[in-house]
Design a binder for this molecule. Sequence first.
Ligand code: 6PG
Length: 240
Amino acid sequence: MELHKYKDAEALSEAVAGWIVDIIADTLQQHPRFTIALSGGSTPERLHKLLAAAPYKEQIDWSKLHIFWGDERAVPFQDSRNNAKMAYDTLLNFVPVPAAQIHIMRTDISPEQSAIEYEKILHQYFGETGPSFDLVLLGMGDDGHTLSLFPGTAVVHEEKVWTTSFFLKAQDMYRITLTRPIVNRAARIAFLTTGAKKAHALKEVLNGEYNPDLYPSQTIRPQAGELHWFVDDAAAAELA
Ligand code: 6PG
């Protein structure tokens, strides 16, 4: 695991934008495409806006990108809580990724059906073994959740399917989410974590005892890929 620490969310977002530009260029020298899973939440918004503008935008071959999501809130696309909408509003409306290469988790069908469809799409891209995504971007909630792997939910222990859905009582909504089996096969996973409210969970996730039911982010451990934590000083405040 590599920990990257920055003074604030702005410095972190700029560093991650530069890092992403570099790994896309490196990957495209050896492979014809770059597959990336975006995260929801508010932390990536600034990163998206940076990538969508100079000087980063021009340094990325957007025609080779294939876009996925780590998880989705089962609300209509027009709803401001929809993760795909956030990514379009901050990034995808401004960059020339071919529409057929953007794979949203649909919310105009039942969550169960949406997860099944997503699983099929993923199987068109990735084999049963070996690397999956070139990059998975993740956020961590104040409670240590990531993706829609919330503390105390069964999905934290999923070992078979790559995408699933379930009703999240605490938020009174269905969620659709990638699971550990496919995420942990990514070539690179990067958590973006900022703000004092996350300091306690960050300490527990990185330095505490392994307790995935309490801190699901602990289950994100790439089998063969890289794990990066990009954090700001406020989030890192309780790290030794
Ligand atoms: C979601 C997420 C979720 C998110 C974290 C962090 O749909 O809610 O994808 O896992 O990444 O909750 O969210 P913030 O960046 O808003 O803190």
